[in-house]
Ligand binder design. Structure first.
Ligand code: 5GP
Ligand code: ZN
Length: 114
């Protein structure tokens, strides 16, 4: 997609601090981190949200979850615990409509989320 912020990050047209890259996924630090570790993990292919990704049914959702876990291990938060969040739709606070998993950790995380 030409007018998508995260597609532009995939294309390296917009800079980002990339922490992991696989064939099908890219992980980079959130520009406005909410915790010591706050990384966004996205499929390189454009899907607007988690629902669309699930419907794609080609293993890409698997790849995304595996990449999210790999990021948590790499960031050193896997053992203590971390959260993977997929805000889906406006009521959930989704603001960028290229599906992204937030990997958040490095501090105690309250529940329920706001
Ligand atoms: P959402 O609210 O859609 O779940 O999350 C979007 C996230 O993208 C936010 O946490 C926001 O800080 C992050 N974000 C927005 N623009 C950029 C950007 O240009 N670069 C990076 N690295 N993160 C961004
Ligand atoms: Zn996109």
């Amino acid at each position: 997609m030409t007018d998508c912020l995260f597609c532009k990050i995939v294309a390296k047209e917009i800079p980002a601090e990339i922490v992991l890259e696989t064939d099908r996924a890219l992980a980079f630090r959130d520009i406005n981190p909410q915790a010591p570790t706050h990384v966004l993990v996205i499929p390189k292919e454009h899907h607007p949200d988690a629902a669309a990704l699930a419907e794609a049914d080609d293993g890409l959702a698997d790849d995304l979850l595996k990449a999210a876990h790999a990021v948590a291990v790499q960031e050193g938060v896997a053992e203590a615990g971390y959260r993977v969040v997929l805000n889906t739709g406006p009521a959930a606070g989704q603001t960028v409509f290229h599906v992204h998993a937030h990997v958040v950790g490095g501090r105690d995380l309250g529940w329920p989320p706001g």
